[in-house]
Design a protein around this ligand. Sequence first.
Ligand code: GLN
Length: 212
Amino acid sequence: MKIGLLALQGAIEPHARSLTRLGVATLEVRRAEHLDDVDALVLPGGESTTISMLLERQELFEPLAARLADGMPALGTCAGMVLLASEVLDGRSDQRSFGAIDLSVRRNGFGRQRDSFEADITVAGLRPDPDRTGGEPDHEPEPFHAVFIRAPLVERVGPDVEVLASVDGAPVLCRQGGVIVSSFHPELAADLRIHQLLLSAVERGASTRPPR
Ligand code: GLN
């Protein structure tokens, strides 16, 4: 398994570290041909307007849209969530998004008062972190320590989207098929369980897809 890291702008290094700790190979994706070698893609935090512009400049937008439409799993964090959503509110007029998950998200939607904050969130269906629990199967899953930085706010959730975690009633971790998005930065936590969700999506896809 090889996981691509969209490396046009934003912070990919912490994602690379998390994935390396999970024992998977990573590849920085900057051009369309890099997509041929990856089983899934991480779209990192950063600035979604800039990443959108660079995706077009690098002629990467259409090839990536095609892979997503074909069912490639993806994890989008913060700006990555904005890029994967079907509708972007308070975006730049020329900003594009992939519509890979049926959400309407408002850029920087948590407002000035809550520009950046941290919260311990309960995530539905997350298995306990074996590093912390010694692998005991019936141990209560621990909350995930989520760091929010100028985070997007989910304002509409489509009928096929699972909300896996919320803060004050706002969805902050959502999944539709193999596409997982978080308004927070899981790569800034030592906890690897959100990245593990992406690896599970790849494994599920591999077991349901006929061999190429
Ligand atoms: N506000 C940024 C955007 O809309 C996202 C911020 C982040 O990724 N930390 O692209």
